[in-house]
Design a protein around this ligand. Structure first.
Ligand SMILES: C[S@@+](CC[C@H](N)C(=O)[O-])C[C@H]1O[C@@H](n2cnc3c(N)ncnc32)[C@H](O)[C@@H]1O
Length: 386
C-alpha cells in the first residue's frame, strides 16, 4: 500500500519528519486523499507508525485482545482446529494471520492448535505484515514454536492453492479509507492540504495540515452505498475503504475456491451508515488526526456490512457479524477461564476474571468488537455462530 512512497521520498529529498515529507509532497503534487494520508502515516517506509513505533501494551498506545489474555489466541486456535475437522481434516492447509502485531495471538493459537492430533502435520503457517520491524518481533516471539512459518508482506503472496484458515484481528481498522462530505453541490471528497502560512502557529513546525474538500462533487463518491448516498443529510461524512473491499474480496474468493474459514475481528459498524470515524490514538488517549503524523496510531471503524457484501459477492458464505462477547462465549471462553483459574494463584485468578470481563463485557471489548467468519459455501456449520 505504501508503494511509491520511497520514490516520492527520494524525488522530494529526505525529510526529517513525516509532516515535512507530506507537506513537501502536497506542495509539489496537490492535496492528499485521506486514503493516501492514512497509508503514509501507518506504513511510510521511513517514518510510518508501524515502522517506527512500539505501539502495543500498557506502555504503548493501545492494547489488543491477544495482549489482554492468552485465552483469546487459544480460542482462535481451537476455532481453526474445529473448522479443519468440520472440513474433513484436509492436508495442505495454509494457516494465515494478517497483521500479527507482536506475534502474541499466533503464539497462543499454535500452542492450542498443537494439541489437536494431526493438525500440525496438515498445516503450514503464514504471517502477513507490512512492517519489517514487527516481522522481526514476530520472528523472535515464534522462534521456538516448532512450526514451519513463512512471512509475507501481502496476502497475495500466500500460496494460492490449498484450503485457508485465517485470522485478522484489528487489521481492517488500519486499512485506509476515503471520506466524502455531502454538500449542497453533491458529495465532495475530503482531502488533506498544507495550512496557509498565516494560519500556522508561530512556534509550530511550519507544516501544519488541514482538511479541505474537492472543489466540486467527486466521481469517486459512486463508491458510497446507494442507500447512504441518496438519503444522508447535508454535512454527513461517508467512508469507504477500497483496501478493505479488495482484501475481503480476495479472502472470500480464496475460501470459495480452495475451501476453509477466515475470521475477521475488529471494532466497527454492522450496517451501512454515514459517520466520521477517523481517529488517532496516542498513549491510550485520543489525539488530533493531523498532528505529528506517524507518531500516533490512526484508524477508522470497520464497515462490516461492506466487508460481508464483498466476501459474499466473491462466493464465500458469510457468518455474522456478531459481537466478540457472544462469539467468545459460544466457543468456550468461560470454560477456559475456569480451567486456567484452577491452577492459578489468587492474584492470577483476579487477572483472569478481569481479562474475561474485558474480552466479553458488553460495555468493553466484548460489545465494541464484532466478528465475521467467511467460509466455503459447503460448510453448513461453524463454531461461534449458532
Ligand atoms: C493493531 S495491530 C494488530 C496486531 C494483532 N493482530 C493483535 O491483535 O495484537 C495491526 C497490525 O497490522 C499490520 N498491518 C497494518 N497494515 C497492514 C496491511 N496493509 N497488511 C498487512 N499488515 C498490516 C501492522 O503492522 C500490525 O502488525
Amino acid at each position: 500500500m505504501s508503494s511509491g512512497a520511497d520514490g516520492e521520498t527520494s524525488s522530494l529529498g529526505a525529510a526529517r519528519t513525516l509532516a515535512e515529507h507530506l507537506a513537501r509532497r502536497i506542495r509539489a503534487l496537490g492535496p492528499l486523499t485521506v486514503e493516501t494520508y492514512m497509508t503514509e502515516v501507518l506504513t511510510n517506509p521511513r517514518h510510518g507508525y508501524y515502522v517506527t513505533q512500539q505501539p502495543f501494551g500498557q506502555n504503548g498506545d493501545f492494547i489488543t485482545a491477544p495482549e489482554v489474555s492468552q485465552m483469546f489466541g487459544e480460542l482462535i486456535g481451537a476455532w481453526m482446529a474445529d473448522t479443519w475437522t468440520r472440513m474433513g481434516r484436509p492436508s495442505g492447509v495454509h494457516m494465515v494471520e494478517i497483521g500479527p502485531g507482536r506475534g502474541v495471538l499466533m503464539r497462543d493459537l499454535l500452542r492450542a492448535a498443537s494439541t489437536v492430533q494431526g493438525f500440525r502435520d496438515a498445516a503450514t503457517v503464514h504471517l502477513v505484515d507490512v512492517s519489517p520491524a514487527l516481522q522481526l518481533v514476530q520472528r523472535r516471539a515464534l522462534a521456538e514454536s516448532g512450526w514451519n512459518i513463512r512471512w509475507h508482506t501481502s496476502f497475495a503472496d500466500v500460496p494460492s492453492r490449498g484450503p485457508l484458515l485465517m485470522i485478522a484481528n484489528e487489521l481492517f481498522d488500519a486499512l485506509p479509507i476515503r471520506q466524502f462530505v455531502r454538500t449542497r453541490a453533491g458529495w465532495c471528497e475530503r482531502l488533506i492540504d498544507v495550512a496557509p502560512r498565516g494560519a500556522q502557529s508561530e512556534d509550530g513546525p511550519g507544516d501544519a495540515l488541514r482538511f479541505v474538500l474537492t472543489r466540486g462533487p467527486s466521481p469517486a463518491s459512486a463508491l458510497i452505498p446507494a442507500s447512504v448516498r441518496e438519503t444522508a443529510p447535508l454535512e454527513s461524512v461517508a467512508e469507504v475503504s477500497p483496501a478493505s473491499i479488495s482484501l475481503a474480496t480476495a479472502i472470500g474468493a480464496r475460501v470459495a475456491v480452495e475451501g476453509g474459514g477466515a475470521l475477521i475481528i475488529d471494532y466497527g459498524n454492522t450496517e451501512f451508515g454515514a459517520r466520521d470515524t477517523l481517529q488517532a490514538v496516542l498513549r491510550h488517549q485520543s489525539h488530533p488526526v493531523l498532528d505529528a503524523p506517524g507518531t500516533a496510531d490512526i484508524c477508522a471503524h470497520v464497515d462490516f456490512a461492506m466487508v460481508a457484501q464483498a466476501a459474499h459477492a466473491a462466493g464465500a458464505r458469510v457468518w455474522g457479524p456478531r459481537t466478540q462477547g457472544e462469539f467468545l462465549r459460544t466457543i468456550g471462553i468461560a470454560e477456559r477461564a475456569t480451567v486456567l483459574s484452577r491452577v492459578a494463584t489468587p492474584e492470577q485468578r483476579d487477572e483472569i476474571t478481569a481479562a474475561l470481563n474485558r474480552l466479553v463485557g458488553s460495555h468493553a471489548m466484548g460489545g465494541l468488537f464484532k466478528v465475521v467468519a467467511l467460509t466455503h459455501r459447503d460448510l453448513d456449520d461453524v463454531a461461534g455462530f449458532q
